[in-house]
Design a protein around this ligand. Structure first.
Ligand SMILES: [Ca+2]
Length: 149
């Protein structure tokens, strides 16, 4: 498991938020830019609406935060809400219709984005209830949103 040491300043937080257009999103006010290097679930198509970022803070103080991208077997209040997603992580992720990594699922590789899950290709809008981080950048046999070409 990778551990990422981060250092933030107010300037980097503000610029990252401005770049990502998340000033009004559900992310915590003290969100750090580096946390976006993980899987990001968006409530609306086109990467709009509130977001759920898949990470756990390992430790933090006023200036430093150590976090790890982290799987979730139950998205709780964000379950059945995701309409678009972005994988900013270095590893692939698998998103599942049911909690506990069950039922229909798709894999998203590092750098890939899915702008609208209601596409007839997947019919996966408002379905995702759990998300698992793989230990590879490839989809390793899981069905993927996109073919590798
Ligand atoms: Ca579901």
């Amino acid at each position: 498991m990778s551990r990422i040491r981060t250092r933030l300043t107010l300037a980097t937080v503000v610029s990252a938020a401005a770049m990502l257009g998340v000033a009004g999103a559900a992310a915590p006010a003290h969100a750090v830019d580096e946390q976006w290097h993980t899987l990001v679930l968006h409530e609306d198509a086109g990467y709009e609406g509130s977001v759920r970022v898949m990470y756990t803070v390992v430790s933090s103080d006023a200036y430093d935060r150590v976090y790890m991208p982290t799987s979730s077997p139950d998205l709780g209040g964000f379950s059945d809400k995701t309409s678009s997603l972005t994988n900013n992580d270095w590893m692939a992720w698998v998103v599942y219709d049911d909690k506990q990594y069950r039922d229909r699922h798709y894999c998203i590789r590092p750098g890939e984005t899915v702008p609208n899950l209601s596409s007839s290709k997947w019919k996966f809008n408002d379905k995702i209830s759990s998300a698992k981080r793989l230990e590879t950048a490839s989809c390793a046999g899981y069905p993927a949103f996109y073919s590798t070409g």
